[in-house]
Design a protein around this ligand. Sequence first.
Ligand code: NAG
Ligand code: NAG
Ligand code: NAG
Length: 308
Amino acid sequence: MRWRSSGLSLFLLLSIFVLKSATELRICAYNVQKFDSAKASNERLMHYLKLVLTRCDISLLQHVVDPDGRAIEKLLSVLNRYEEYDYEAVASESLGNSPDDKQKYVFIYRMQTVNVTGQYQYRSQQSFVREPFVVRFQSKNASIGEFILVPLHSEPSKAVQEINKLYDVFVEVSKKWNNTNVMFLGDFHASCAYVKRSDRKNIRLFMKSEFSWLIRNREDTTVTDATSCAYDRIVVHGEPFLRAIKPFSAKVFDLGAEFKMSRSEVVQLSDHYPVEVVLKSSALFLQATPLLSLISASVILWSFLSAL
Ligand SMILES: *[C@@H]1O[C@H](CO)[C@@H](O)[C@H](O)[C@H]1NC(C)=O
Ligand SMILES: *[C@@H]1O[C@H](CO)[C@@H](O)[C@H](O)[C@H]1NC(C)=O
Ligand SMILES: *[C@@H]1O[C@H](CO)[C@@H](O)[C@H](O)[C@H]1NC(C)=O
């Protein structure tokens, strides 16, 4: 009888232990506005960019102007200096119709927490100015396991058409890899003059209920006070992916406030803010405070002694 009641109190104590996620996965998307060798050699800006990117397990960079790859090489060497994680990059070729506006999509990722298990350059110049460079990631640390990231830096004047065409990319890559855990991310220009409320009926990602827009319309992803537009977005497909997202984790990251940067420093880095979302961890660990461990140890001892 005594054994039973002390067993019950032990159970109650254990159940108030804090259940805490061990290793969540943060995914970020940042239009770094003409990230080229000149920007990459600005030490002060690189210091801040490092602070931004080392928060994330995966970062999609857009508007990277880096034909010979030197700017990203420089960025990786900065990221990997005195850091607990190792960062690696996977990049598209330079994309775009006009020779003086060629841009790459670049994914920077932590080698300890994610693996790249596939990449695919979507081809359709009628559909996109900068066709999505699709990358499949796998992570033991995220509950979702394997997932597909589809980036888009849309051409502003074609934003409605290009966002709508993302559905065709979805159909193709989910079939190719037999995986519908697809996330779309980047500067879609999905707001203000480029995508009006009345345009939404022409965008399948808006109209089909299986897609969830995690960065809301009322958000402002632009740095300037002159505009308040949710250009940069994160959209996920399907219930399983939605359930793998940490609730309320999708947000615009205010680097100026976080890192005490001046407005001009923020603007020098980019006219956009990064957006981000957190994926839940694959494992839940019991994390006890030392006091709770002590109490539970004495309860175990006490119930052991009283059972004698
Ligand atoms: C990446 O893949 C390797 C080889 O399959 C595996 O050993 C490792 O655990 C994977 N890493 C993560 C973070 O999933
Ligand atoms: C990711 O998961 C692996 C195996 O589950 C673990 O060893 C590793 O510590 C995790 N990574 C991080 C950053 O916690
Ligand atoms: C596709 O994935 C589903 C589960 O995600 C699995 O049941 C099915 O066998 C897979 N099909 C192929 C052709 O691999």
